[in-house]
Structure formats: structure tokens, C-alpha cells
Design a protein around this ligand. Sequence first.
Ligand code: NDP
Length: 292
Amino acid sequence: MTSPVTVIGLGPMGATMARTFLANGHPTTVWNRTASKAAPLVEQGATLAATMADALAASELVVISQTDYQAMYDSIGDADVKGRVLVNLSSGSPDELRRAGDWARDHGADLLTGGVMVPPPGIGQPGSYVFYSGPEAVLDRHRATLAGLGDTTFVGTDPGLSMLYYQSQLYLFWSTLVSYMHAVALLGTAGVSAQQFRPFASGTLEALTGDGPMGFLRILTEEIDAGTFPGGANSLRMQAVGADHVVEASREAGIDDAGPLALRDLFRRAVDAGHGADGLSSVIDAIRRPRR
Ligand code: NDP
């Protein structure tokens, strides 16, 4: 028989996880602060735990999906977590996750933290993956069950790491797409549609991740890891002037300038720190040294 699992938290994510475990044949116990949300899952075969103690007693593996880490403390309260494997897939700051790791250990439980890299409909679907951190042997013990949610990508023993990876991916995702929206808004003031611009944006994004001369993801990675920022014909000073012009263009067009301003300020700070003749990768220096 497949191993039992308890799911705590039945928002869009937790409910989909519980449904996925049920579909994979796991005896599934659920608990939610608002118990009524469990009704559709009970119809599909889940057991609604009457109390948190019942929820914890039902399975060694306890998957938690709630708004934040405070919700876990609020929900578990004084219930006994000894001997349980808590897998918290909620969002939080890395330090919060580290404190949660200490809390679990102090209470005789193991904590795996995780960042789920798909929205609810993607759970358990091809391409779905979850960054996990914490005790790897504990993950290995439950990997087969957790793999039902998506690929189990272990990133290290530091409990904060899963969220660092998750947040890094989110930042990359959001900032890329927000930059695209800024470009579309800017061109839109001159009557250019998003559809007209999209092929150019696609070309740039593909080139950035490719191996050609515009393959800056690879180029920056190598330069940053080597700690050298060659400027060549593309000095950061020249690019900072170009960034000034993007700010001016946004203002002339009457659209928001917050994104270009943030980027321009980073460029300027790197130039002011002595990187004017260096290349774009030297901006990492300004990012690593926050403005005081
Ligand atoms: P929510 O973030 O809205 O979480 C809702 C769940 O949290 C409900 O079960 C709710 O209980 C519970 N909850 C919130 N506060 C408390 C509390 N103080 N005590 C007890 N329970 C509490 O919905 P999602 O399911 O979308 O997200 C869950 C987590 O997954 C979040 O951390 C989110 O960042 C993360 N995530 C979400 C993705 C998405 O696309 N939705 C993608 C990747 C990660 P109740 O029903 O009683 O209100």
C-alpha cells in the first residue's frame, strides 16, 4: 500500500496537493483552519481530521501549504509533532525557514522546506518541480510520495535555501516580464502594439540564453564567477548613459519611470564605484553592496 500523507492547509495549492496524493493512491488526511473547505476532498476519499492531533497522528509525512510560516505555528499550536516529517511548502523569508528548522528540531520533528515552482494547475504535471532543503536523508525517505507533486530538486541542508532558490527564480520571472511590459507601454505611446513588438522580445530572450555572441547569461555567469568584468567596446559608462536615455524616453512618453530609474541608479553606482571602464557584469558589485 502507498504510504499515508497528511495535508495541512487547503488553499488552492494545498487542495490540489491533497487531490494529487489521493489520485496517486495515498491514504490522505486533511486539516484546514476553515474545515468546510475539505468537503470536496472528503467526497474524493480524503479523511478530514477533527483535530490537529488527529492530523499529525495519521501520517509520518505532513505536507503544509499555507499563506506563511506563522500559519504553521498558529495551526499546530501545542500539538505534538514528535517523530513527524513536516514538509512546509509555504512562502517565507529564508531566516524564517531557518528558525522553523530549529523549532522543528526542538520539538523532535524533521523539517523539509520547499518552494513549489508551479501554480496549482501545474502540480503533478510534466515540468513541475519543487526546490527542497533540509535533511536530505529524510527527503530520500519520502521522495517517492513527494515526487507525485513534481520533481524533487534538493538544493542543500540549509533550510533557507529552498526559498532563496524560489525567490531568485520569482525575481527573475517578475523582473523579466515587468521589463517586457515597460517596453510594451513605451512603444504603445507611439501606436506600436504588443503583438508587433513580441517577435523582437522573443529574439532577445532566446539570444540571451543561447550560446551566440548575445549569450549574456553564460557570459555574465563566467565573468561573475571569475570576478573579472571586462568592458571591451561596451563600457558600463556608455551603458549608463544609454540607461539615462531610457529614463528620459519613459518620461517623455508620460509613462512610469520606476523600473528604468532603479536600473539606471544601479549602473550609476557601479560607475561611481570605479567600474566605468568595466562591462555590464560589474553591476553585480553595486547589487552586493546595498546603499546605506
Ligand atoms: P494562500 O496563500 O492564500 O493560503 C491559504 C491557506 O493558508 C488556507 O488553507 C488558509 O486557511 C491558510 N492560512 C492562512 N493563514 C492561516 C493561519 N493564520 N492559520 C491557519 N491557516 C492559515 O493560498 P495558496 O494555496 O495559493 O498558497 C499556499 C502557499 O503556496 C503560499 O505560501 C504561496 O506563496 C505558495 N505558492 C503559491 C503558488 C500559487 O500559484 N498559488 C505557487 C507557488 C507557491 P483558511 O482556508 O482557513 O483561510
